[in-house]
Design a protein around this ligand. Sequence first.
Ligand code: BYC
Length: 325
Amino acid sequence: MYAQMVKSEATKDDPEQLAAFQARVDADEKIEPKDWMPEGYRKTLIRQIGQHAHSEIVGQLPEGNWITRAPTLERKANLLAKVQDEAGHGLYLYCAAETLGVSRDELTEMLLNGQMKYSSIFNYPTLTWADMGAVGWLVDGAAIMNQVPLQRTSYGPYARAMVRVCKEESFHQRQGFHVMMAMANGTADQKRMAQDALNRFWFPALMMFGPSDKDSVHSSQSMAWKIKMNTNDELRQKFVDETVPQAEYLGLTIPDEKLTWNEDTKEYDFTEPNWDEFFDVISGNGPCNVDRINMRQKAWDDGAWVREAMIEHAEKKAARKLAAE
Ligand code: BYC
């Protein structure tokens, strides 16, 4: 079922149709839901948009965990709004995926039975309030780095969803940085907590961009179709280059002894994340994978009566309309 729906495969499409499609993509024309598209293009989009939507929804869990424990009313209101925004992002993205002929229920089932992935980052726990700063600063920061170019992606509904998502993510990144500033300039204990959060989230944030280019299975085809605009390593490098000065401004130390400015490349040299850990986490063995999926399963089960009531209501309404005609 999953293989049929989202796994890319050697395409059997007509070469002329394929060439015409590629010419449209190369000319930066947007592909819209009713346009002809190669089956592999459709499946790749369902996989990527679905995974992105799931990440937004699962991503609410580590932060939602801190709403009741925010240190001030203002911080609580900000965090509440941020988590609510993530729900909205998930909904725009599920809607974009639905235009490709997959239902939200099917996508959710594939998340719950392990056939679809969500971002590796959300399998790490949020242990202290400083983690809310680190998540906003680094996780939303990495998400923006990846998503700003996706506003130019070839599939119209995805590109348009990204415009709004990016506006909100940039607010999220700033609220995270603001929390980090308060902690880094606070008491010695607060500064220690901020440093500890940076230590724990740095390498997982670098992993968000995906495996190194040599191990990325989808990049070349996805980039040819403009489903992806940059390679994983390009975006990771950009993230490091932009984030290092921010850490310096905070007076915090990036936990990488090899981090050095390279005068020749005009980029930072840095240590790669532990890729064995990354592959282990995306195979379901990270610290919080089981908890996250159990929470989503519970929410899905608890919401069943609402979905059923909505469908029944819609069916009754349609029957009444039909009877009146
Ligand atoms: N986590 O060939 P590759 C957010 C998988 S969070 C889990 O390079 P691709 C947010 C990949 O799926 C960010 N799995 O793949 C922020 C593939 O496995 P399958 C969500 C990962 O797709 C704050 C395999 O590894 N954003 O928004 O070309 C609060 C090989 O990788 C990861 C998006 O999803 C990972 N980090 O490139 C709330 C952005 N990396 O599917 C929410 C859109 C790789 O063959 N997505 N894998 O079994 C993308 O840009 C791309 O899908 C990726 C991966 C760059 C993530």
